[in-house]
Design a protein around this ligand. Structure first.
Ligand SMILES: [Zn+2]
Length: 268
């Protein structure tokens, strides 16, 4: 078997094609012509191209199904906002307890001050000062409580916003991933179908020829076979001479394009 750029591939031994014979009422094997072999290789190429496309889409779908980066980010943002809210509520509680403590202390001191039990002027003046001091402290603590309440409220809103964003993203993802899962299953089924067809097709072609085809496919951008259309190679557009055209149509050997080196297939 010899094949060079612009040369020929000798087809040996003769390949057979199974055909149903009505007269004999059974399947008979007929020798395959070079045109039929080129046609089979062309069909194989169409299958391989389709399998390639499906493979690429399948990979994209599988990686999309893994890709929940946005959801993960939203979840972590929501967690962080919740943590901040918990700290803020804790700070608010502490400020309220401190205020309550001040209120109680002030109340006790005021009761003592206005009870009339303290008569010593020095002691009375000290008590008054203490009450005054506690009132100032209370006022400052009230401001602090308001500040912490404000902060907690702001964070509460943020948590709410994050939760809503996350929910929207989760709903969208559920829809999207359902469609992706459906598509993945479709691609898998179609891929298997194509693979079965390919096996059937290649079982009728010799291993030598398949190897030759595979090698050409690898070196020629996945296109080992080129159709002849309007007297020229469909792939590289080179115009075939009348004698080349004649050989493609009638030779017992597979013909190659003299320009691009692909197997020529003449589709009657
Ligand atoms: Zn060509």
């Amino acid at each position: 078997m010899e094949a060079q750029q612009g040369g020929t591939i000798e087809v040996q031994p003769v390949y057979f094609i199974k055909k149903a014979c009505r007269r004999l009422g059974k399947e008979i094997c007929l020798p395959m012509s070079t045109t039929q072999i080129a046609a089979a290789l062309f069909q194989l190429q169409q299958l391989d191209l389709e399998l390639e496309r499906f493979g690429a889409e399948q990979q994209a779908v599988v990686s999309s199904l893994k890709g929940t980066a946005i959801l993960q980010q939203l979840r972590s943002e929501q967690n962080m906002a919740q943590q901040q809210l918990r700290s803020a509520l804790q700070a608010q509680n502490e400020a309220e307890w401190a205020l309550e403590d001040l209120v109680n202390r002030l109340k006790t001191k005021e009761q003592r001050l206005y009870s009339g039990t303290v008569t010593n002027p020095k002691e009375l003046s000290a008590l008054q000062q203490e009450v005054q001091h506690l009132r100032e402290q209370q006022s400052r603590q009230e401001d602090k409580v308001l500040e912490t309440m404000d902060a907690a409220e702001t964070l509460q809103e943020r948590v709410q916003q994050k939760a809503e964003a996350l929910q929207r993203a989760e709903e969208a993802w559920a829809k999207e991933s359902a469609a992706l899962v459906t598509r993945r299953d479709q691609l898998e089924a179609r891929g298997q179908e194509l693979q079965t067809k390919r096996t059937q097709l290649t079982s009728g072609i010799s291993a030598d020829l398949i190897n030759r085809y595979e090698a050409l496919r690898r070196s020629k951008q996945g296109r080992a076979v080129s159709k002849v259309e309007q007297g020229s190679c469909q792939w590289c557009r080179v115009i075939l001479t009348p004698s080349e055209l004649q050989r493609v149509r009638a030779s017992t050997e597979l013909q190659m394009c003299t320009n691009c080196g692909r197997i020529l297939y003449y589709d009657r």
